[in-house]
Design a protein around this ligand. Structure first.
Ligand SMILES: [Zn+2]
Length: 346
């Protein structure tokens, strides 16, 4: 799930203040505005849904705001245009294929960089999924980065800065976007999405600290129904018949889009089993409404067995990338997991 240019958390004008987490990145950006030391290129590096696009947008809005403060004022013409996605001095570099081609970069960036800003002091280019630039595209971008006009600010958003040329990275300010801490994200989700604490905590963990992912899941009926299906499977694992396992494996293999969600939920469940084993009470569980099943299962399986199960999930994730037969892989996973029950004392 990639941040789309106009999609924020969906509640009013965005400001640095309304971004959750990323305090160091925000402090750095605000300080550079305050000190008048804005760089020509930034790399915001972090997973999908972490808040890269929102941060880039707020930074751009602040740079162009007529009030010239450290936050967008939200009421000037520039802020209104920014909010509406039609600020003429901000360009979102888009691409149609799975790669960003040299044509995309030339047409939307290199060739238009020399055009002075319409009104404001900066002309800002935001390149989402910058890791998808092929080498030719990156070399074209590099040329622009070597001699940028004074008003140009190029913001590269990427899930993996290692895929960018070292020469691009050395000319950019690189800002890692770290996961939002569990407690902070949980409280934010409770307030923002009106979720009960255990549900918010589950989404905070499940999303890996990515507010965009957590919010999307909180609002998705499909996620809720998938969650229910996965939970009913998880509760049944210790006593599941083989034909049921085969059925779950078949369903798992069928829908590629759902596999990552399912594996993520299974990991949260295993985390709960480990937690219950360690603490022996339901406070702190993600699936707190299933605490009876979690208690029973955690009594009946060893730490080692749970760690092995976690490792197998990592293996399935890796196998997905290389097109291993998922039906067999998932069926074996369930079978082995089931065999590990019955040895709770380890
Ligand atoms: Zn403004």
């Amino acid at each position: 799930m990639s941040d789309s240019p106009k999609e924020g958390y969906g509640r009013g004008m965005e400001t640095f203040h309304s971004i959750i987490g990323h305090r160091r990145v925000i402090d750095y950006l605000q300080e550079s505005i305050r000190a008048g030391r804005v760089s020509h290129a930034y790399i915001l590096d972090g997973p999908d849904g972490i808040g890269k696009m929102m941060t880039a947008r707020v930074f751009a809005a602040t740079l162009l705001c007529r009030e010239g403060g450290e936050e967008p004022c939200g009421t000037c013409i520039s802020c209104m245009q920014m909010d509406g996605g039609n600020q003429p001095d901000v360009a979102y570099v888009t691409h149609e294929k799975t790669v960003i081609t040299v044509g995309d970069i030339r047409e939307q960036l290199c060739n238009v960089v020399p055009v002075k800003p319409m009104v404001g002091p900066y002309r800002i280019f935001i390149v989402d999924e910058a890791e998808k630039m092929n080498e030719e595209a990156q070399n074209a971008l590099l040329k622009t980065l070597e001699e940028p006009p004074s008003y140009a600010v190029i913001i590269l958003l990427t899930t993996n800065a290692n895929e960018l040329l070292p020469t691009i990275r050395s000319r950019s300010v690189e800002l890692p976007m770290l996961p939002v801490p569990e407690k902070e994200l949980t409280e934010w989700l409770m307030a923002r999405e009106q979720l009960p604490d255990y549900r918010a905590r589950m989404l905070a963990v499940y999303s890996g600290g990515c507010p965009g992912v957590a919010t999307a899941c909180a609002r998705s009926e499909e996620f809720q129904s998938q969650r229910d299906t996965v939970v009913s499977m998880l509760k049944a694992v210790p006593s599941m018949r083989e034909d049921r396992m085969a059925e779950f494996a078949r369903d798992f293999a069928k829908d590629k889009d759902k596999q990552e969600t399912e594996l993520g939920l299974i990991l949260v469940w295993i985390r709960d089993l480990l937690m219950y084993k360690a603490v022996g009470e339901k406070a702190g569980l993600m699936f707190v409404e299933e605490s009876d099943a979690i208690r029973d299962q955690s009594d009946d399986i060893s730490y080692d067995a749970l760690w092995q199960t976690q490792e197998e999930i990592a293996r399935i994730r890796a196998d997905r990338a290389v097109n291993v037969n998922m039906e067999t892989a998932f069926w074996l996973f369930l079978l082995r997991w089931q065999e590990r029950f019955g040895g709770g004392n380890g």
